[in-house]
Design a protein around this ligand. Structure first.
Ligand SMILES: [Zn+2]
Ligand SMILES: [Zn+2]
Length: 437
């Protein structure tokens, strides 16, 4: 009898053990499945979808635009859809000429360097290698990704159009110094506070590229990576850097004087630097002439930039100072909108709308007020980004397909008829261009 009960006890014990083992295994499996679902939802959201245009499609796109003008607005997220922005609305009108999304996706982490690198070089941060640690400082100091393997869309464009020129005007020098490669065909300007003082005092503005701003690059020789010291090229690069701002209509001076009256040379210097950044892009594309005592703009005749890029930084600064959706943030967006109005008016007066593609892009948004005023995480306000295109080959309306910021390189390349780099992960999202269907 004893033995009988002992057997039953052992059987129950064994059974219990197995039940526990099965329960633990099931629990672990469920955890793994949930983690995989969350991870794939997180990653999938940031994977590109869309076209890799064929040679025929590229040939059809080629020559549609004489130039592309890219307005990079740091840290604005989806906020153009919330704020009153009459100039953005007339430049990018989804009923007339533009394709817009406010729910594009930034790459993670939602930090400037990670995202501008992904936008320009077409790959996610683990590929371009700028992720998490001091990334903004690294590009400001001129570090670069492997540009042989992951060229920026600018480098890719110049490799197929070697005679062309590119202009890049930045308030945050990280993009000029580290994101875009150095090349004598790329004219770079960084707008800093000293230049604002110089301009206000009628002194010459001179923004030479310094040793630390010059990137060392690598080239491949007989299968070996060879370091090319950028410092050898400083003179060559600086020969292209100097240029005063002419401000023929006086709008820059008028704006700066108003800012100084309001704020002095203090917090709002960033707004002044953005105005200088914009004025430089305008003057890179148009020239002034006088007719009946009135200053007018026409297409510039001495030089032609196929790509003009600008980086405006005040919205990001306002996000850090005041927080997403706070009045200071809205005011910064209104000032940027005002600058977009300068660009619109200049191009309209010069009759350059038909052969220009306008692009507005941003790297990330900002966190909702309440906690630490910053970005870098995964909230909707940080991740959702605006991407807007206006031009004659653009399919008008709100974009219904997915746009991830790694797609920007592919989109701009396609619009210019440039073949994308094989290494790029970005695609041309469905429904953005008429010729792609
Ligand atoms: Zn940023
Ligand atoms: Zn920031």
């Amino acid at each position: 009898m004893k033995e009988f009960f002992a057997k039953i006890g052992a059987s129950i014990k064994a059974h219990k053990g197995r039940t526990i083992a099965i329960s633990v295994t099931a629990f672990v499996l469920v955890c793994i499945i949930i983690s995989l679902c969350l991870l794939s939802a997180f990653l999938f959201n940031r994977l590109s979808q869309g076209y890799v245009p064929t040679d025929e499609q590229l040939a059809a796109a080629k020559g549609q635009y004489k130039r592309v003008v890219i307005i990079g607005v740091d840290g604005v997220g989806d906020y153009f859809s919330h704020e009153y922005t009459p100039n953005f609305d007339r430049m990018f009108d989804p009923d007339v000429n533009a394709c817009i999304t406010y729910t594009g996706t930034a790459v993670y982490p939602t930090i400037s360097c990670e995202n501008w690198m992904s936008m320009f070089h077409g790959v996610r941060p683990v590929y371009h290698g700028f992720i998490f640690k001091d990334t903004n400082q690294r590009v400001e100091a001129g570090r670069q990704t492997d540009t042989e393997k992951y060229p920026s869309f600018i480098k890719q464009f110049l490799s197929q159009y070697p005679e062309s020129k590119v202009f890049s005007s930045c308030t945050w020098r990280g993009v000029n110094n580290g994101v875009i490669e150095n090349d004598k065909r790329i004219v770079k300007r960084n707008s800093d506070a000293e230049q604002i003082y110089a301009f206000m005092n009628n002194e010459t503005m001179w923004s030479p590229v310094t040793d630390t701003e010059c990137q060392d690059n690598y080239k491949t020789e007989n299968g070996q990576k060879v370091l090319v010291k950028a410092s050898n090229k400083i003179e060559e690069i600086n020969a292209y850097v100097e240029a005063p701002v002419a401000d023929p209509k006086g709008q820059l001076r008028e704006f700066l004087e108003a800012q100084v009256l309001l704020h002095g040379y203090s917090d709002e210097t960033i707004a002044m630097r953005d105005a200088l950044t914009m004025q430089r892009v305008i003057e890179a594309n148009v020239e002034a002439y006088e007719e009946d005592g009135v200053v007018k703009y026409r297409e510039r005749s001495d030089v032609e930039y196929t790509i003009s890029y600008m980086h405006l930084d005040q919205v990001d600064h306002a996000g850090h100072s005041y927080g997403y959706s706070k009045p200071g943030y809205n005011e910064a967006i209104s000032r940027v909108d005002n600058l977009i109005g300068w660009l619109y008016d200049a191009f309209e007066e010069a009759g350059m709308f038909d052969d220009t593609l306008f692009v507005l892009c941003t790297d990330h948004g900002h966190r909702l007020p309440g906690g630490h005023k910053n970005h870098g995480k995964n909230t909707d306000e940080e991740v959702n980004i605006t991407f807007a295109l206006a031009g004659k080959t653009v399919k008008k309306g709100m974009l219904t397909s997915r746009y991830v910021d790694t797609d920007m390189a592919a989109v701009i390349s396609y619009a210019l008829g440039v073949k994308a780099a094989d290494s790029w992960q970005g695609r041309v999202p469905y429904g953005m261009f008429t010729l792609l269907g």
